[in-house]
Design a protein around this ligand. Sequence first.
Ligand SMILES: [Zn+2]
Length: 326
Amino acid sequence: MVEQVAENIYRIGVPLPGNPLKELNSYFIRGTDSDLLIDTGFRRQTCQQALEEGLAELGSDPARRDVLLTHLHSDHAGMADLFVGPGRHVYMGKVDMERLDTFLRRRGPDPRELRFISEGFPTDLVRAVSEVNPASQETVPCIDGSFQGLEDGDVLRTGEYELKTLLVPGHTPGNCMFWVEEQGIMFSGDHILFDITPNITEWSGVDDALGAYLDSLRKVKGYPVKLTLPGHRKTGDYRARIEHLLSHHQKRLEEALSVVRAAPGLTAYEIAGKMTWKIRANSWEDFPMVQKWFAVGECLSHLDYLRRRDKVRREEKDGLWRYEAI
Ligand SMILES: [Zn+2]
């Protein structure tokens, strides 16, 4: 499905079957000497077919096509190498590019899985999740010479549009938005979504992912955005949405803290089970395992935030971290 969203900018809906996000918004900018495709979809037959059909409908010539990725997640980066033109570039934030490279080259145990186990996530479930998680199964095979890293402030030009890179860590450590000042257009990726809350999880090597996310929201709040083009679902009022996301996380922080206060000594896995989630399941035990993984990651980013601000502390007992309020 292709829809025009601005002069020479089109949205191609790439279905994400079985995923609560439903669809990826891939954006195609028709330029003069080259075209730019922003985000691609999981490396999966359904996604590839939809994107190919959309681009064919727009008469996109692969030889003219550069690809731009908002972040490393596989529903955005998964097919970058399949859609970039020969000799052309895949641009993405340098921080995420290096992280994705490390992830793809890793042979030993995943530090993230080790952390989840130490936070109470059952070991057998960690194994099961890693086998079905699209993060590792449905993404680009490697970071090759076509990839080019972007720094905060770097500018890309396509036709009448100038896209300025804004490094907004949080959703991923090197997450980027792209700001088109002249036309007031913000490609917000997954930093700002409108009818779903961006997932903020813990990241190995990042002390305080949620703190970084909230700082990144505040940093970009003042931009005079006329049209936001998000990575998933619908657009909406930019500034009102940022205000809402800030207060949403404030409430989630209060909720996490009150769970820790009411029942000291729980693991993060158990705390996540006592928080409220927008998932249709009768109990924490009935949660689909991949959703459990996301819920615990999100809970951990809130606990890390509270820990950094001396609201909670954790202590190791029998190999598991257990939390209590300070
Ligand atoms: Zn994402």
